[in-house]
Design a protein around this ligand. Structure first.
Ligand code: BGC
Ligand code: BGC
Length: 827
């Protein structure tokens, strides 16, 4: 169906407030508080006012910056920890919170004492902090369909936040994901707006306390942030930060469903969405942010921006963007850009580009929230009621709550011959790479932004799924054996195979289709191997969204959608096994809160749409009372690729399945590059994440010049690129030279021991403009000419350098289009 270009739809991005619910703040106007605000505002300089509207990231500022610039807020981004680690201790977090608070109250420079507000993404528990309880992600909680459960989880999360000094979380995510290719699907409770609307007030009240009660915003609660306003889950193609093209009523009824209830429950902040509505970025949409949200819907707290989203507005950069504040974003999230943004904004207020009235309104709103939270009188975070009470962080009580949430969130898709529940006295083989991996069962937003590269010791107190199974088995005198690859020397009574998606967050989680692990059938093969031996197989599938897994479902006798359960893996054994006495203790009660696809190419797929044809409909979920047999499900004949184009090795921050980024010093054996930033043992080569077209979609390689080091993509199974080279294909990398090398740089392809072809690239790199993204090609036959066997490529795009050199890469793929080519050297 042809669609009108957004620009052709006149006024399509201007909302009509009268179409939206007329609401007023549930918190009565407090005259004494308002007069305190007016009084303080009257004494503030332009610099102090602007400072209040700026939020920097703790990775890019010091307490001294907070003191000097009077910054209103500091956030801890998904990759930001005190001391630049990914796994700082709770005590280090609290110490930093104290330092930031003290800096904001320090009046030695002549400024007023205005407490900083500290925000973090506690989106499934206080997930950036070692030792915290990791609750199941929202997609799992949606399946539990229990507002009281999410209320309790929110309250527990608030307590854990307070122990480390945080008073604000960027949650709840009230998105209504409508295309599961979106990398943030798991952050949403449901595709069903009604469920999101039921959950919204419960979560807000759990975090903040109930409006009107004595505990509202007290020292055991935190401010919440309903996000991302509005339409984040409706983007075309499920593209992160993309464009939601919908009529205003649909925008309101689908994507707006949670906001009215969240506002009525008193949410103190709302985060503006990165995405656009009908072609216009939300951060610039005055009609929705100001006229609808603050006007029609009576929101009296403040709107916080998203991570450098201001820089995406037309005519703006991260450092310079009057338009976002003018449109109604009250506090700009300028993680690393805060200094430039602050300076420019001060100038724009002075020159009148930003009306003083707008600035005053923004500051008033921010101060109102700070007063309501009692931050002016609260003292150092460590001295508050829960500050430093680390026994409440990951406490037994919270873990028990998380475990019960796991039980409630599991959805049973198949249970042929009533294989489940299992007898705990049985001989059980536990296999699959998700069985004993807490990082994998926890998903994105776990200690690091992407949730990758964590180690077992980063999860003290947590239980893997295997550990839970083992405990259940031991208690009943059964036999349980862990064998990730499924190999065994004793035929078990039953096998439990735990597998699924590896962690991701935001844009790197976007997929071109709903295929599970395209190009890599190792889990399917494992299931088939066990099945071929006649062993009954239970599949436990970990995922951040419904995926096309009919092949896996067909092989398994029982299939459980377990989502991303978090730190309390025992919740799974609780449901899979009977008690030692043979009774069913916990039945399956979870029901799909998202439609489950029949095919990989079946998006969007939502309840109520014309021709709705899911494999499992919204609300589906078996229990032990069901005796239904699931027949053979249709299987996709051709399995789609991980990328819509073949031959893509690295793109949008993501490696193709089966590839690993490795690095090494000199001739040392390569090691996988784990959490970013990272460096080789000698530190002569560092790798960090950087941005090209999206956040962290590129990798920056920094050679310090202290030795020869290399970095490359290693293929788990050798690749055959021969047919490609016959067609004159090129290896094309989109790269940016950040600092020119002075001596040799080689680009290579390796093919097992002693087999390598390296092409010198220094001459070409030196002709590139530093700082500019360029597509640089190397003909595949150059590698062959230099000694590589293209029939068994084990490593590709090896970059080897010795001199100081800095290079960023956002894409590596086979292709024919490029800007500059490296020529083969005559042998
Ligand atoms: C995340 C941050 C993260 C950052 C890295 C953002 O989108 O929300 O928390 O650290 O990207 O660039
Ligand atoms: C995400 C937000 C998050 C923020 C801070 C952004 O990239 O879109 O959801 O709250 O980063 O980490």
């Amino acid at each position: 169906m042809p669609e009108a270009a957004p620009s052709a739809v006149q006024g399509a991005a201007i909302a009509h407030p009268e179409l939206w619910p007329a609401l007023s703040s549930p918190i009565p106007v407090d005259e004494a508080l308002e007069s305190r605000i007016r009084d303080l505002l009257g004494k503030m300089s332009v610099e102090e006012k602007v400072g209040q509207t700026v939020q920097g990231d703790l990775g890019s500022l010091t307490p001294e910056d907070v003191r000097k610039y009077r910054l209103g807020s500091v956030l801890a981004g998904g990759n930001s920890d005190p001391g630049g680690r990914y796994n700082a201790t709770a005590a280090q977090w609290l110490e930093l919170a104290d330092a930031l608070h003290a800096a904001s109250m320090d009046t030695s420079g002549g400024g007023k004492a205005i407490p900083v507000i500290l925000g973090i993404d506690a989106v499934h528990g206080h997930n950036n902090v070692v030792g915290a309880t990791l609750f199941p992600h929202n997609i799992a909680l949606g399946a539990a369909n229990d507002p009281e459960l999410v209320r309790k989880i929110a309250q527990a999360t608030a307590v854990e936040l307070r122990t480390t000094g945080f008073e604000w979380t960027f949650a709840p995510t009230l998105t209504v994901p409508r295309d599961d290719r979106w990398g943030r699907t798991y952050e949403g409770y449901s595709e069903d707006p009604a469920l999101v609307a039921r959950y919204a007030p419960a979560v807000v009240e759990g975090l903040q306390g109930k409006v009107g009660s004595a505990s509202f915003l007290d020292a055991t609660h935190v401010a919440s942030s309903a996000k991302h306003f509005i339409g984040d889950g409706g983007t075309e193609g499920g593209v992160d930060t993309g464009d939601t093209r919908l009529g205003e009523e649909q925008l309101r009824d689908i994507h707006g469903a949670g906001y009215g209830p969240a506002l009525q429950a008193g949410t103190q902040t709302v985060m503006a969405s990165f995405s656009s509505w009908n072609g216009q970025k939300m951060h610039g949409n005055k009609s929705l942010l100001t006229d609808v949200l603050k006007g029609r819907m009576g929101f009296d707290g403040f709107v916080v921006g998203d991570w450098n989203a201001q820089g995406k507005l037309p005519g703006c950069s991260n450092e310079n963007c009057p338009a976002a504040l003018i449109a109604g974003v009250d506090m700009i999230m300028a993680p690393d850009s805060w200094r430039g943004y602050y300076t420019n904004t001060v100038a724009q207020v002075r020159s009148g580009v930003i009306p003083m009235q707008r600035l005053d309104d923004a500051v008033t709103r921010i101060l109102r929230v700070k007063f309501r939270l009692g931050l002016f009188e609260a003292g150092l975070p460590s001295k508050r009621l829960l500050g430093g009470k680390f026994e409440r962080l990951g406490s037994a009580e919270h873990r028990e709550l998380a475990r019960s949430a796991v039980r409630q969130s599991l959805v049973l898709l198949k249970n042929n011959d009533r294989l489940l529940p299992l007898n705990p006295g049985a001989d059980v083989l536990v296999a699959g790479d998700g069985a004993d991996d807490i990082g994998k069962q926890s998903g994105g937003w776990t200690l690091s932004w992407q949730g990758t590269g964590n180690k077992r010791e980063d999860f003290p107190g947590a239980q893997s799924i295997w550990q839970g199974i083992k405990a259940a088995s031991v208690a009943a005198g059964g036999k349980a054996t862990l064998s990730i690859d499924g190999k065994h020397d004793r035929r078990p009574d039953v096998a439990i195979v735990v597998f699924g998606e590896d962690p991701y967050a935001e844009t790197p989680g976007d997929r071109p289709n709903l295929a599970y692990n395209p190009g890599n059938d190792k889990d399917l093969e494992l299931l088939r191997r066990l099945k071929a031996e006649g062993i009954p197989v239970v599949a436990v599938f970990l995922s951040g969204r419904p995926l096309s897994v009919n092949r896996e479902i067909n092989v398994a006798d029982a299939f459980v959608a377990a989502w991303l359960p978090g730190s309390e893996g025992q919740g799974i054994a609780d449901v899979l096994f009977k008690s030692p006495k043979g009774e069913t203790v916990h039945d399956f009660t979870g029901k799909l809160a998202y439609s489950w696809p029949r095919r990989a190419v079946q998006s969007p797929l939502n309840f109520g749409q014309v021709g709705y044809d899911p494999q499992f409909a919204l609300g589906y979920g078996l229990s032990y009372k069901d005796s239904s047999q699931l027949g053979q499900l249709p299987e996709d004949s051709a399995q789609p690729q991980w990328s819509s184009q073949p031959g893509v090795f690295f793109a949008r921050g993501l490696l193709a399945p089966g590839l690993t980024l490795m690095f090494a010093d000199g001739e040392e054996a390569g090691v996988a590059v784990g959490n970013l930033p990272s460096a080789t043992p000698s530190r002569s080569l560092g790798v960090s994440a950087t941005d090209h077209e999206a956040q962290e979609d590129a990798r920056r390689f920094t050679w310090r010049g202290t030795g020869t080091s290399s970095v490359w993509l290693h293929a788990e199974a050798p690749l055959d690129l021969r047919s490609e080279s016959n067609r004159d294909a090129l290896l094309v990398a989109t790269l940016r030279v950040d600092a020119m090398p002075s001596s040799g740089v080689d680009i290579g392809i390796a093919c097992g021991k002693g087999c390598v072809g390296r092409v010198p690239a220094l001459a070409r790199l030196k002709t590139l403009t530093a700082g500019r993204w360029t597509r640089v090609a190397v003909p595949l036959k150059c590698f062959a000419g230099a000694g590589a066997d293209l029939g068994r490529v084990t490593d590709l795009f090896e970059l080897r350098a010795a001199s100081p050199f800095e290079l960023s890469v956002s894409r590596v793929a086979l292709g024919t289009e490029y800007d500059e080519a490296v020529s083969c050297q005559a042998p």
